[in-house]
Ligand binder design. Structure first.
Ligand SMILES: [Zn+2]
Ligand SMILES: [Zn+2]
Length: 543
């Protein structure tokens, strides 16, 4: 093992907008994928911070609050509580959502104030959509229209369909989201911007080094973005919701919501570390040498991939840059994108209230939209998971239990060299699924499923005295399978760990392995039985 393998990791899931709870599409996207990666790294002995932060300043808070007839502040407070409950209920091993308070505001202003002092911002006069009756400028969720790049319906700021940004007056046929009857014209406004084009050379070098780790669709978008003139990112906007911009050159303006993402992530990292008495950005500084990994959707490739990267680069060499952006596609429900505004969704919290969360996590991992859009199917969740996971897993558990009966398990059971080699093959298969180069929880889940029947047959053969291997070999293989499944099946893994099963992933294959029972998975209908009494019986029988 090299020292590099103990590098601290900072894993950031896209900051959820606090305008509603998380639905299954959100969960199947960044939050579960990031959680599985975080659990994998912890099993390898890596110090891991997995965190996110609510994105309270987004204009979508204003539009949703308007639709629901509540104040934006009420919506933020309710949504934050709901998101927190859902993250816990689904077993996302994250630090609690940090409070958006004065310390948060100071962190954001410190990050941007430093860039302003370094002379990175430019004052530009731009043309913005303007709602005539309301007398307000429109940006992001406050305006909808037609994407100038792909002609799909789009909000301001960026297009969910093609992923390209649209800024200022670029959105075609603009309509006010709050009042579609309010005539929209364009007016000049003088704002601060960060010109991405000034960072082209560094961006090109960065992507030359990192493109291989991007999934194909996101990589295509990055290539398209770099093939065009890069936009000036607004730093301030003439709006009313968000953090007031304290800069004398832009009186009365607020910070453009998207420029909060990097300092927000630093702040939540600092909070996750227990709010130590040090600068909130310390863990992100280059000398801390953290491995930084983002998990986000395709619709955030421009923001988390390009724009936020430039905000880090604009600080010179002060901060680490991401080792990888793991991007998911959209998850569909009945063949159409999950949508809160159209109420076309399944709430994540409702689903885990009905189905044991390990089974939900496994199904979402197995079918998650890694490289293209995939479909969530409630009936398949129950049917496929029962047939392909729960029954064969529990049958393997029973077969192992039978194979162990009558075996003296007071000391660890010897493993042959051939048994070590087989366990190592399996471990390397899982590694290939969980390492960033080709990260795929779907392939890890499939690897679990494809081994259950084979191992059960081996256990039954051993029980009949037919198998060529040893019980120690079988135990090591099953333990490797359990360790490979552990980042997904969080509750089963916790139960095994409580029983003392060593699920660390960074060990060389041992010459002997202590006996254990494979925890049963709950079926949709019945909770998993407590098996500690059974192992005691097995142990008693052997003694
Ligand atoms: Zn588009
Ligand atoms: Zn093969």
């Amino acid at each position: 093992m090299t020292g590099g393998e103990r590098r601290p990791a900072i894993i950031i899931a896209a900051t959820p907008t606090s305008n509603g709870d998380l639905h299954v599409g959100h969960l199947a996207g960044p939050y579960l994928a990031g959680d599985i990666y975080a659990r994998y790294l912890r099993a390898n002995g890596r110090p891991v911070t997995y965190t996110t932060c609510t994105d309270d300043s987004q204009s979508y808070v204003v539009t949703t609050a308007h639709r629901r007839q509540v104040t934006p502040a009420e919506l933020v407070s309710r949504s934050t509580a709901a998101i927190q409950r859902t993250l816990e209920a689904t077993g996302i091993s994250m630090a609690p959502l940090p409070p958006i308070d004065e310390k948060y505001r100071r962190t954001v202003l410190g990050f941007l104030g430093a860039l302003r002092a370094l002379g990175r911002f430019r004052l530009r006069t731009v043309r913005l959509p303007y709602a005539q009756h309301a007398g307000t400028f429109l940006y992001d969720g406050l305006v909808s229209g037609v994407c100038p790049h792909c002609l799909a319906n789009s909000s301001g700021g960026g297009c969910e369909n093609c992923g390209h940004p649209n800024n200022y007056d670029e959105l075609l046929e603009p309509v006010s989201s709050l009042d579609p009857a309010d005539p929209v014209t364009h007016r000049d406004a003088t704002i601060l911007v960060l010109p991405l084009e000034e960072y082209r050379e560094r961006l090109t070098a960065y992507f030359a080094e990192h493109a291989e780790r991007w999934r194909p669709h996101a990589r295509q978008l990055v290539r398209e973005l770099l093939a065009r003139p890069l936009p000036d990112v607004p730093v301030t906007v003439p709006g009313s919701w968000g953090i007031a911009a304290p800069f004398p050159e832009t009186p009365g303006q607020v910070l453009y919501p998207w420029v909060e993402a990097m300092p927000a992530s630093m702040y939540s990292t600092w909070q996750a570390a227990g709010a130590p008495a040090e600068a909130t950005d310390r863990l992100w500084r280059r000398e801390n040498d953290a491995e930084l990994v983002y998990f986000h959707g395709f619709d955030n490739v421009y923001h988390w991939g390009l724009m936020d990267l430039v905000f880090l680069m604009a600080h010179g060499d002060r901060y680490v840059t991401p080792a990888a952006n793991v991007c998911n596609e959209f998850y569909d429900l009945d063949g159409e994108k999950f949508s809160t505004s159209r109420n076309h969704l399944v709430w994540a919290a409702d689903l885990v209230a009905e189905v044991p969360r390990d089974l939900v996590r496994f199904y979402l991992a197995l079918t998650g939209p890694e490289c293209q859009r995939t479909n969530f199917d409630r009936a398949a969740l129950t049917g496929v998971i029962e047939r392909r996971l729960v029954r064969p897993w529990n049958a393997l558990s029973d077969a192992l239990s039978l194979a162990l009966s009558g075996v003296d398990i007071r000391s660890p059971l010897p493993v042959t060299v051939a048994g070590q080699a087989r366990a190592e093959l399996l471990r390397q298969r899982f590694r290939a699924c969980y390492e960033l180069a080709d990260y795929s929880p779907a392939r890890a889940a499939e690897t679990v499923l494809s081994n259950l029947g084979r191992m059960r047959a081996a256990a039954e053969a051993l029980d009949r005295g037919e198998h060529g291997g040893t019980i120690g070999d079988l135990l090591l293989e099953i333990r490797t399978l359990l360790a490979g499944a552990a980042p997904i099946l969080a509750d089963a893994a916790a139960e095994a760990a409580d029983d003392g099963v060593d699920l660390r992933f960074d060990r060389t294959q041992p010459g002997a392995v202590p006996a254990f029972l494979l925890p049963l998975l709950p079926s949709g209908a019945r909770p998993a039985a407590d098996r500690s009494a059974e192992l005691a019986t097995v142990a008693g029988g052997a003694a």
